[in-house]
Design a protein around this ligand. Structure first.
Ligand code: FRU
Length: 488
């Protein structure tokens, strides 16, 4: 008995320590430690993010048949703390109405759909059916909204027998329903991406939906089709001002090319969203290349919405060199708002549990050797900008390895731009758009530039000035980026 107990204790300590003590680099090449990734095959958007019964449920666009996009299923994982994820069986499979595209899950607290059996609240999934046959035939109504529900807290799902719950009015791109509860009128709101607009629908029972309004004509960026919207109400930390925030991913035209997520701030009155900014103003959730289709959890505990994005870009997602899986999610982030220079800005910060799970490396002015097997860690920089002439480019940090890969972090003072230079940071020949310098415009104008960085094997996530500028960037170094130096 005694040696077995000892063995169990040692195993337990080792597993508790996987993040702080770092898992060995000998794991699959480029597999992140902290970021969620599927065991194998293709993943894209996070779907149906919901907190219920003490667990965060993450569903995701999943093709179990290959490492490229294909007939979509909903993969499934759960977590108690947004750090350690447990993989679960596939939740939703394609059926005669089509593939299961992106969508959301709500907890039907008041049993508005009448589907509750027993004590457990019903979890209702509203998602897009994409009918590949209709698409092939050249019809324009091949995307509709379907419904499924769970009576056991999200672990098993039944499809509604009367699908679809929302038919297509003849618009090709008609998808990604994000459902939320509008308490003042005790009704559900569906925020739907329709071509390059958002349409709002209302319902009292999740089964019958009425069109409310359209938003987006001449508003924000239209570099591509609009996808995966999310409508949120966020309270400003200091003072308690409340704003509505509308997240909208766009398939193309992001600040560094390809797909990215913009946001609008303003007011939602139960019917319509009113943008408070000039229509041509474009604000980005993340100015890096690799954060797309992000949405927030329904019912998450705590004051701040919790967001997860897909950490890739449609430009090259299907060519990135990982195997046997493709794609990871961003670190879960808390969203806040703040007024900066007269504008409402979204602040994203990694959730505290994720930060606490990571070892913090203190940047030193000598060249540092990052512990051999340390693949995930955080770093903080504070830069006093009064020290640098206005025409300067400040080399904030440099990571390298013995294979000759170099990752650079710079700040261009005159342009107020942070640069993450991955042009020499490892493998990039899988796509001509990958090996580029990625630039993010600073939002806050102060003499102290604060940067928080999370490295995790094949990605850098950067949060500057309390998260008013976030940049998520993938990279594929040929060896672990082992050495670090800063010239600050
Ligand atoms: C966004 C998206 C969604 C769609 C899904 C299909 O990345 O194109 O609009 O529902 O992916 O996998």
């Amino acid at each position: 008995m005694y040696p077995l107990k000892l063995l169990l204790l040692v195993c337990c300590l080792l597993s508790l320590n996987t993040l702080k003590g770092q898992s060995p680099y000998t794991r699959e090449r480029w597999r992140p430690v902290l970021h969620f990734s599927p065991k194998a095959n293709w993943m894209n958007d996070p779907n149906g993010l919901v907190y219920y019964g003490g667990k965060y449920h993450l569903f995701y666009q999943y093709y179990p048949g290959a490492m490229v996009w294909g007939p979509m299923h909903w993969g499934h994982a759960v977590s108690k703390d947004l750090v350690q994820w447990e993989h679960l069986p596939i939740a939703l499979y394609p059926d005669s109405l089509g593939y299961i595209f992106s969508g959301s899950v709500v907890v039907d607290e008041n049993n508005t759909a009448g589907l509750q059996r027993g004590k457990e609240k019903t979890l209702v999934a509203i998602y897009t059916y994409h009918d590949p046959l209709g698409e092939k035939k050249g019809t324009s109504d091949f995307q509709t909204q379907g419904m499924a529900y769970s009576n056991d807290g999200g672990y098993s799902w039944k499809k509604n027998t009367n699908n679809p719950v929302l038919k297509n009015p003849g618009i090709k791109d008609f998808r990604d329903p994000k459902v939320s509860w509008y308490a003042p009128e005790k009704k559900w709101i569906m925020t739907l991406a329709v071509a390059d607009r958002v349409h709002f629908y209302g319902s009292t029972n999740l089964k019958e939906w009425t069109f409310l309004s359209s938003f987006g004509e001449r508003e924000g960026s239209h570099g591509g089709v609009w996808e995966c919207p999310d409508l949120l109400r966020i309270q400003e930390a200091a003072g308690g001002k409340e704003k509505w925030v509308l997240l909208v991913s766009i398939g193309n035209g992001g600040p560094n090319g390809g797909s990215a997520t913009q946001y609008f701030t303003g007011h939602f009155n139960g019917q319509q969203f009113i943008n408070e900014e000039a229509p041509e103003m474009v604000k980005w959730v993340d100015q890096g290349t690799d954060n797309y289709a992000g949405v927030t959890f329904f019912n998450a505990p705590g004051k701040h919405p919790v967001f997860i994005g897909w950490m890739s870009n449609w430009l090259y997602a299907q060519q990135v060199p990982t195997s046997p899986w493709r794609s990871a999610m961003t670190i879960p982030r808390q969203l806040k708002i703040s007024t900066l220079h007269g504008q409402t800005r979204l602040l994203s910060e990694p959730v505290p549990a994720a930060v606490a799970s990571l070892k913090k490396i203190v940047p030193d002015t000598r060249e540092q050797l990052i512990e051999n097997n340390l693949v995930a860690y955080s770093m903080d920089f504070k830069i006093d900008l009064t020290k640098y002439p206005s025409n300067d480019t400040v080399l904030i940090a440099r990571w390298n390895n013995t294979a000759g890969d170099i990752l650079l972090l710079r700040y261009i003072v005159s342009q107020e731009m942070i640069e993450i230079d991955r042009t020499q940071a490892g493998v990039h020949d899988f796509h001509p758009e990958f090996g580029k310098i990625i630039r993010g415009k600073r939002i806050k104008k102060s003499n102290e530039l604060k940067i928080h960085i999370i490295m995790d094997h094949s990605s850098v996530e950067l949060f500057a000035d309390e998260g008013s500028l976030a940049m998520s960037v993938l990279l594929f170094p040929r060896q672990h980026l082992q050495f670090f130096s800063t010239l600050l």
